[in-house]
Design a protein around this ligand. Structure first.
Ligand code: SF4
Ligand code: SF4
Length: 134
């Protein structure tokens, strides 16, 4: 994602497993917002050592981007953020559908959108079945 510098302090996923639920994953034929069949509540991935590259290669921007402050920790913000070319994608935990509308999050989403726009970038929020362009 080009709107954010890479790298950052060391962070860890901790108890977060949002990326095993929120995105659709073609490899597993998993729809968005449904748990991966290999995710065990409270324990995480049951096939961790054998998980496919689609899982091994993914890190959300909170894990890699120092532009996302501690408030963006996915387990705390109820959102996961990642880059797809010019698009910054925000997936919202369907159990907390209004999380992205509250500050400090909404103001930051607007700031990201403003910063990305001159380079053709944009910010999209997916929440349940709804899609919003910030
Ligand atoms: S959403 Fe980010 S913090 Fe959460 S498990 Fe995935 S990579 Fe880790
Ligand atoms: S295989 Fe493991 S890491 Fe990959 S989505 Fe499923 S539970 Fe998550």
């Amino acid at each position: 994602m080009n709107a954010f510098p890479s790298i950052a302090e060391a962070r860890s996923c901790g108890p977060c497993t949002l990326c095993c639920r929120l995105p659709d994953i073609d490899y597993f034929d998993k729809p968005a917002n449904e748990w991966c069949a290999h995710c065990v509540d409270g324990k995480g991935c049951s096939i961790y050592n054998d998980r496919p590259s689609v899982c091994r290669d993914f890190l959300c921007l909170w894990m890699t981007g120092d532009a996302l402050g501690d408030e963006w920790e996915p387990a705390r913000s109820k959102m996961m953020v990642y880059g797809q070319g010019q698009q910054t994608t925000v997936l919202v935990d369907p159990d907390f559908p209004d999380a992205w509308r509250a500050d400090p999050y909404f103001s930051q989403l607007q700031a990201w959108a403003r910063a990305a726009e001159p380079q053709g970038g944009y910010v999209i929020v997916f929440c349940r079945d709804d899609v919003f362009k910030v």
